[in-house]
Design a protein around this ligand. Structure first.
Ligand SMILES: [Zn+2]
Length: 380
């Protein structure tokens, strides 16, 4: 029996400009326009935002964190309550990470073996186990549309030998993830390339993943403190090792200039907590760079954060108000700045997609850089 088109997961590239691509990922829960920026909804919420507000900024897909959700409220509970989409009132696509990265960064008393990793919860100290098989099961219970293979992220700094050893175990785990994922029409499993900053290891990892076969491919192990130059150094060749007809996802990126640089190098998807986390700490991202709303220079400034931005923070409020509510610790401060930041990030993605479609990416990037070079508007 034929499956309806809408039941399938697929990706099509509609335009290219240099190595940059624009296209669409089709899923049964809706389309994802690429290059895509995915806001992070760690604990089944993008902090300070209603789901409909996240959608209003232009997001097509959210990221959820397996590690956080398995510990609280628990994957089985979310499954009983109808799955993550229903639970958090976000009917559109969701990507979940495998939990591996956050086990390494957040939990204590880890024991890592070929089988998987046993760890203690950072919340209550309770013991848990994650392996390729349990990670696939948890992500199935959550109901995520794009499931990430379970991998290991070596703690930095690491020797090339350690990176190679870790990468090869991650490739064995990638095969186990593929086997455990099973046949789930409409859902995708992405493999994750590792190999640090060594070209030969990146190529070996990509070949191993392609031999297994995935619906999409992530570039892992970057944006972990190596610096933009080293990251772009890897991105100059790594996306080229991956299949052209599958989405490429750069995990944990990033700042606006990281995003632009990654898109220029052929990346289709990214995620980062930056716009929402910055919004809660008084940092705004605008076309003219970063603005620290805590700064006393804003206290009497009746102008909006960005006169050309159409978000609620910029159309309804002054810098003076944003400064005041931050200083007063009012909740609306994080709400408005998070909305603005997510809006700016999604506008940037829309601009990149449009420019790639018109074959005008070089001009778009030149304008992006020129605006940032101007810096924030002068104080009154
Ligand atoms: Zn705004």
């Amino acid at each position: 029996m034929c499956r309806r088109m809408s039941d399938k997961f697929s990706f099509s590239v509609s335009a290219t400009d240099g190595r940059a691509r624009s296209g669409v990922i089709h899923t049964p829960r809706g389309e994802i326009r690429t290059p895509a920026f995915m806001p992070v909804g760690t604990a089944a919420t993008v902090k300070a935002m209603l789901p409909e507000s996240v959608r209003a900024t232009g997001a097509d897909i959210l990221l959820g964190n397996t590690y956080h959700l398995m510990l609280r409220p628990g994957a089985e509970r979310i499954a009983r309550l109808g799955g993550l989409h229903e639970f958090m009132n976000w009917p559109r696509p969701i990507l979940t990470d495998s939990g591996g990265f956050q086990v390494m960064s957040l939990s204590s008393l880890r024991k890592l073996t070929e089988e998987g990793v046993t760890f203690s919860s950072h919340i209550d100290g309770s013991k848990h186990h994650l392996s390729p098989e349990t990670s696939m099961e948890i992500q199935r219970l959550l109901g995520s549309d794009i499931v990430m293979a379970f991998d290991e992220c070596p703690a930095l700094p690491a020797s090339e030998e350690e990176v190679a050893k870790s990468m090869r175990m991650s490739m064995r785990w990638a095969q186990r993830s593929r086997d455990a994922f099973g046949d789930r029409p409409g859902h995708a499993l992405f493999g994750i390339m590792q190999g640090g900053v060594t070209r030969e290891l990146r190529e070996e990892s990509a070949e191993a993943l392609k031999a297994i076969g995935f619906e999409g491919y992530a570039i892992g192990g970057l944006a972990v403190g190596e610096g933009q130059e080293a990251m772009f150094g890897v991105l100059d060749y790594a996306p080229g090792f991956l299949p052209e007809d599958k989405p490429r996802y750069l995990m944990g990126v990033g700042k606006p200039d990281d995003i632009v640089g990654a898109v220029l190098r052929g990346v289709d998807m990214m995620d980062c907590v930056l716009p929402s986390r910055s919004g809660r700490t008084g940092q705004a991202w605008t076309r003219r760079g970063q603005v620290n709303i805590k700064n006393a220079r804003h206290a009497d400034d009746p102008r909006p954060l960005d006169a050309d931005c159409t978000c609620p923070a910029c159309t309804g409020y002054s810098r003076a108000y944003l400064h005041h509510v931050f200083r007063a610790g009012e909740m609306i401060s994080g709400m408005l700045l998070t909305w603005h930041n997510l809006h700016y990030f999604q506008e940037l993605m829309a601009g990149l997609r449009d420019a790639i479609g018109r074959g005008a990416l070089a001009g778009f990037v030149a304008e992006f850089e020129a605006m940032r070079a101007q810096g924030d508007i002068d104080p009154l």
